[in-house]
Ligand binder design. Structure first.
Ligand code: ADP
Length: 334
């Protein structure tokens, strides 16, 4: 598994818990979202009502789960966590909803991956705080209405566009999380280092931040690896030099590219003259599955302006050539 994968694996969630901001004030960056969400919550508190349902959209690792936890904490309400893939039947959702108390916050991660029947039940629950539980099958089936106390749904999705319109419309507030600027990532690294009891020089945290792909989860992960290195091979202090050597050792380069990312660029430029070349051919050349190249390597290469997807295949940009220390081919002006 790559160090720069924005998804968390199971074990990492536990380590991450210690680094999570616990209040809106502790959240670094995302000023607009913080202010908007702060208003939604403050207004609800003053009215003594449960806040509107909130949709959080954005790539993995940018703070959606963290914000859901903060919403519950700021409302002094219990948080229940589930995820779209875990709700395979409408009955699964009915069971969760029937156990809710007034004011509870229900967090549904990957809400776009919920089954259709569950989704339809959720519309009704969000709007009317009521669901119809169907008992039995076939002609003898009966729908029993079930009242649910007012609650706040917090849904998270990697792309709001994946949600069916009717579901999207039932959220009173949608927050789009953007990738973080290096300055914010730097503050996140320093904050995390403080919590981990790790001493970091300013240039050291900046070095980690610049290799973190705009993603707090990756910044925290790189910090943990650099801390290991600093403690084992040096006196524990994270300087720029220590951060560089450690991250080079883990094959995360100055732009946050890992071994696979660089292999893709390398093959594209050196073997295929910069393309265009089909993604399947590219995948065979780097010895990976097509899906891995498409879903793991490409999005960040495209975002970084190093690779372009064209109808005729993948093309290396001049920046890609320069990244490999090569001169971009001259543009044919004739
Ligand atoms: P997501 O649910 O979007 O995948 P998480 O909320 O699990 O992301 O965040 C991943 C990690 O990044 C957590 O450990 C969290 O502490 C950290 N993090 C995310 N956003 C911020 C932020 N704005 N400030 C500080 N730490 C953050």
């Amino acid at each position: 598994r790559s160090l720069v994968d924005a998804e968390a694996d199971g074990d990492e969630r536990a380590v991450e818990a210690a680094l999570r901001p616990r209040s809106l004030d502790e959240v670094v960056g995302q000023e607009r979202v913080r202010e908007q969400l702060g208003l939604v919550l403050e207004a609800a508190r003053r009215r003594g009502r449960t806040p509107d349902h909130v949709l959080l959209s954005g790539p993995p690792g940018l703070g959606k789960t963290t914000l859901a936890m903060i919403i519950a904490a700021e409302m002094s309400a219990p948080l229940r966590l589930t995820s779209g893939p875990a709700i395979t039947h409408a009955g699964d959702l009915a069971a969760i909803l029937s156990g809710m108390n007034e004011g509870d916050v229900l967090f549904v991660d990957e809400i776009h991956r919920m089954s259709r029947p569950a989704e339809e039940m959720l519309y009704m629950a969000m709007e009317d705080f009521r669901v119809d539980v169907v008992i039995g099958k076939g002609p003898g089936a009966t729908a029993i209405p079930l009242e649910i106390p007012p609650f706040t749904l917090v849904g998270a999705t990697t792309r709001a566009g994946l949600l069916p319109g009717p579901l999207r419309d039932r959220f009173g507030f949608t927050a789009h999380l953007e990738f973080y600027e290096p300055g914010d990532l730097d503050r996140i690294v320093r904050r995390s280092a403080g919590l981990l009891g790790c001493e970091v020089e300013t240039a050291g945290s900046a070095e980690i931040a610049s290799r973190s792909r705009g993603t707090p989860r990756i910044a925290n992960r790189l910090l943990r690896r650099v801390r290991d290195y600093a403690q084992v091979r040096a006196d524990g202090l994270v300087t720029r030099e220590i951060a560089r050597v450690a991250l080079d050792l883990y094959e995360v380069d100055e732009s946050g590219l890992d071994r696979l990312d660089r292999a893709v660029l390398d093959v594209l430029c050196r073997r295929f003259g910069g393309g265009p070349v089909g993604v399947s051919t590219l995948a065979v050349a780097v010895g990976e599955e097509r899906e891995t190249v498409e879903e793991v390597a490409e999005p960040f290469l495209v975002r970084s302006g190093l690779l372009a997807r064209t109808p005729r295949g993948r093309v290396a940009t001049p920046a890609a050539w320069r990244h490999l220390g090569l001169a971009p081919p001259a543009v044919d002006g004739t």
